[in-house]
Design a binder for this molecule. Structure first.
Ligand SMILES: Cc1cc2nc3c(=O)[nH]c(=O)nc-3n(C[C@H](O)[C@H](O)[C@H](O)COP(=O)(O)OP(=O)(O)OC[C@H]3O[C@@H](n4cnc5c(N)ncnc54)[C@H](O)[C@@H]3O)c2cc1C
Length: 323
């Protein structure tokens, strides 16, 4: 790549938000350049069936992301297999430093770096991820109709995931390492009133147990944090709800963020605290965290970038004339 290449729109990230931003920016003749990072295709590439993407009854996550990539390439997006390692958003055009050593200078930047679910870090969790282990009840709860599942966590997210799962599952264990939850009182009251939920206190998941053929979860091995002996709990699904980490370390100190590190944007907009920088998808959203909402925000970001650049272009002759 040429150093200090100047582009109109640089998109950081290649999940549903980044690819949708690219579709809209390319169709607006903005010749977007996408830096797609270490996980081309984003989080959906580590899941199996996706059944809530409009227009697809069921599609494998990696296949869906491949289709998005193909569409972007077809429309002329310049997709780079590289990583942004540093940004300077203090003045426009903005500068992005790349791992490969090059730099991209951009009139506008769309941040679509997503978030990563926190995992327990145990062996069985990796093996059964997408085959009974999940970090998203909204995405996968539907597959557990009439079954018994467990949720790990003690905060509001864990309680909300557990409550959501009661719509499908026959029984939901909520496994927590302490003997009380961190979730707020209203959430706790709702949870404890639900007969399908059974808290499992003072316990951590030591391992996931399952069958090989087909790969599927049959239970979890629990370790007592209070000295109680290990025991097994029979479940068909395990939902990890111990939080997410937005990929925003690059932008710390340069953009407004909330206390959890999510980028703050203006109401009903993807505009960040720096004019010309937009944020879309899970990097700014700890509420919905869905492919379709990320894609919607990617669309918004590209339209907002297009409007800003268009307005500046038409304003330029006037401001020059006024000088
Ligand atoms: C296991 C699992 C299953 C899921 N199932 C579903 C489902 O069935 N339906 C659904 O709607 N949602 C599902 N989700 C949620 C969905 O995947 C996310 O909401 C969605 O992917 C968010 O899209 P995004 O574009 O914001 O970010 P992400 O998909 O997180 O993509 C982020 C992108 O940013 C890139 N990146 C990060 N840092 C840098 C950097 N420094 N430089 C360059 N690039 C960078 C990464 O490489 C990646 O391409 C699931 C999530 C998981 C983890």
């Amino acid at each position: 790549m040429a150093t200090d290449e100047h582009v109109k729109v640089a998109i950081i990230g290649s999940g549903p938000a980044g690819y949708t931003a690219a579709v809209y920016a390319a169709r607006a003749a903005l010749s977007p350049v996408m830096i797609r990072g270490l996980q081309p295709g984003g989080q959906l590439t580590i899941t199996t069936d996706v059944e809530n993407w409009p227009g697809e009854t069921s599609i494998m996550g990696p296949d869906l992301m491949m289709k998005m990539e193909e569409q972007c390439r077809h429309l002329g997006t310049d997709i780079r297999d590289d990583m942004v390692t540093e940004v300077d958003l203090s003045r426009r055009p903005f500068t992005l430093k790349l791992e490969s050593g090059g730099r991209v200078v951009a009139d506008s930047v769309i941040i679509a770096t997503g978030a990563q679910a926190r995992w327990l870090g145990i062996e069985g969790e990796t093996k059964f991820r997408g085959f009974g282990v999940s970090a998203c009840a909204t995405c996968d709860g539907f597959f557990y109709r009439g079954k018994t599942v467990a949720v790990v966590g003690g905060g509001n997210t864990a309680v909300e995931e557990a409550m959501f799962l009661t719509n499908f599952a026959e029984k939901v264990y909520l496994i927590h390492r302490r003997d009380e939850l961190r979730a707020d009182a209203t959430n706790q009251a709702r949870l404890f009133a639900n007969k399908k939920v059974e808290p499992v206190w003072n316990s951590t998941v030591a391992d996931v147990i399952g069958d090989e053929d087909p790969l599927s979860v049959t239970g979890v091995r629990l370790t007592g944090t209070d000295g109680a002996p290990d025991r097994e709990l029979a479940v068909s699904g395990l939902f990890i709800a111990i939080g997410h980490d937005p990929a925003t370390h690059l932008f710390k100190g340069q953009l407004d963020m909330d206390e959890d590190g999510y980028i703050r944007t203006a109401p009903d907009s993807t505009a960040t605290s720096v004019a010309g920088v937009f944020a879309a998808g899970d990097v700014k959203d700890h509420l919905y965290r869905q492919a379709v909402t990320a894609a919607g925000m990617g669309c918004m970001a590209a339209l907002e970038a297009e409007r800003l650049l268009g307005a500046e272009e038409t304003a330029e002759p006037e401001s020059l004339a006024a000088e």
